[in-house]
Structures are given as C-alpha cells and as structure tokens.
Design a protein around this ligand. Structure first.
Ligand code: SF4
Length: 299
C-alpha cells in the first residue's frame, strides 16, 4: 500500500506568512496575543501556544493594556474599530492580515466612499467579512445566493459586487449574472431614463479557486483519501466535500486517533490531503502513522 501526500496541500502563502510573523514576534516578546484563533487548526494552535501565543478577544484589551502586550491581527483581518481601540489603550498591533484581504478592504472602502451600494458575496459573521463590513460602516449587503441578492439589493442604485476571498466562483458568477440581467430589465421596463451602474469584482483568492480541480484529480487517483483539517475550518468542509463527491472512500480526521482499520481494507493507494489551514508537519505525521500502523493491515 502506498501512502502519498497531496503536493498541492498545506498552508496557503497568506497563512504561512501569518504563522511566520507570529513566530518571529514570539521570539522577541513573551507578551504576544492573537485576536481569535490564529488559524482553524487545533494542532497548529497548540504548537504556537506552547511557544507562548495566547488567544484573546477584543473584550480582553483593557486587561492586557498595562503589560506592554502586542496583539497580532490574523490573516482574516479586522475592522478599523479594532485598530482604534488598540491605539486608544496603547496596545501595539502586529498586523498579519493577508495582503489579499487588505487589498479587498481597500477596494471596498474606495467604492463605499464614492457612494456605491456595496454587495458582498460571503458569510455574514465570518471574521474576514466582519472586517470588510467595518470598512464601510456596516452599510454593505452580505448575500450567500442570487435569491438573497434579489431580495436585498436595491437595483436602482449604482452598485458593486465583491466576494469574500474563500467563496466559490460559480455562485459568485451566478449572483453577478442575475443582478446584471435584472438591472437590464429594469432599465428596459422603466418609463424613466434610468442608467444604473453595476460593477462585479472577482476577489476570490487564487490559492483557493485553483484547489478544487487539483483535489478532484487527487481524489480520483487514490483508493482512499484521508482528509486532515480542523472541524472549525469552513474551507476544510468545502474541500472535504469536493473529495467525497469524487471518492466515497474519503474520511475526515482532525488527528490520528480517529483513523479506523476498516478504511484501509484492500486499498493499494492512500492519499493524504487537507485544508489551506492544515500544516504540512501534521500531514507528515498522519502519513507516518498510517505507514507504521495500518500498512501491515492493508493489502
Ligand atoms: S486563502 Fe488566500 S486570502 Fe486567504 S489567507 Fe490564504 S492567501 Fe490569503
């Protein structure tokens, strides 16, 4: 039985950068805190906590303000209010926001300042979307589908559509096309001379959008797929489903104690993969455990 790791798996570069910044900061200062879990992976959180990283929420700012604490902003970014509060309390921010997310925030701010109705395809309470909502004073419309867009968007206003960086492109395009066609109809049907401006900005991250087709191939090429990720990772859920749809012998684990003998019966190839928040070292560990414990029991 061969056990291989998907060569396209492991951290995306935005997460690699965030973890690097955290480790460098911890090497210099013992009082490093992170706002919310640094990534959606309990194993990596534990590893960094052992080095001294402490996870807090914004409500803890007052209690750490007097000890010279530094607070790391993770890859998802934060709303401007977080920076204002830290500044007022004298807390130093270490900004590890992914540059792709920073760029999205800047573009949203630019359109909002010019009076556009901002529409965001995303999950309302996802950390990245909370940051985006913050840059436009929470005056944007967050939608998950074209039905929601039709319900909430005012078609008579000049508008711009963005996407949370980790959403799926087919749904983004569907929302764009629905809004475009409805605006066109409105213009034709209207007795008045309406000219509605509408822009669609595809801000889905390339690190995520290319991943699905690579994963489908990988899942087809192996008898069994072990998908390693934190259960809180939304990207992990999406990518696990991609594998499961192609290969029914796909199993989700957070750690090696969840592996089951039965899964490897009569398998000649096992593929290990994971979410953009699954560390490479953890997949190596899973590979090693399967090779030493389960290969003997396979074919
Ligand atoms: S998935 Fe893309 S946007 Fe998100 S952290 Fe990674 S590189 Fe940045």
């Amino acid at each position: 039985m061969s056990v291989v790791i998907d060569k396209f798996s492991g951290f995306c570069w935005g997460v690699v950068r965030t973890v690097q910044i955290a480790e460098e900061s911890l090497a210099e200062n013992a009082n490093v805190y992170v706002l919310g879990h640094i990534i959606h992976n309990p194993m990596e959180i534990q590893r960094l906590e052992k080095k001294g990283l402490k996870t807090i929420s914004i409500d803890d700012f007052e209690s750490i303000a007097h000890i010279g604490a530094k607070v790391l902003v993770r890859a998802h970014g934060e709303p401007p209010e977080t920076y204002r509060k830290a500044f007022s309390l004298g807390i130093e921010i270490i900004d590890a926001t992914c540059p792709v997310v920073t760029k999205l925030q800047e573009r949203v701010r630019k359109f909002y300042d010019q009076g556009y109705q901002v529409i965001v395809f995303g999950k309302k309470d996802h950390a990245e979307v909370l940051g985006v909502r913050g840059v436009c004073n929470d005056e944007c419309i967050v939608v998950k589908s074209s039905e929601e867009a039709m319900r909430y968007v005012d078609l008579t206003k000049k508008s711009v559509l963005f996407s949370q960086t980790t959403m799926d492109r087919p749904t983004f395009l569907q929302i764009r096309d629905t809004l475009k066609s409805q605006i066109a109809e409105l213009i034709v049907d209207s007795m008045e001379n309406i000219a509605v401006e509408f822009h669609a900005k595809d801000t889905i991250c390339g690190q995520v959008s290319g991943r699905e087709s690579q994963l489908q191939k990988f899942a087809e090429q192996n008898d069994v797929i072990i998908f390693v990720a934190g259960r809180a990772s939304s990207n992990g859920k999406v990518l696990y489903d991609v594998c499961k749809n192609v290969n029914p012998r796909t199993y989700f684990i957070e750690d090696t104690n969840e592996l089951v003998d039965e899964w490897f019966r009569e398998a000649s190839t096992v593929g290990i993969t994971g979410a953009t928040s699954t560390p490479q070292w953890h997949m190596n560990h899973v590979q090693q455990i399967i090779q030493t414990t389960y290969m003997v029991k396979g074919t």
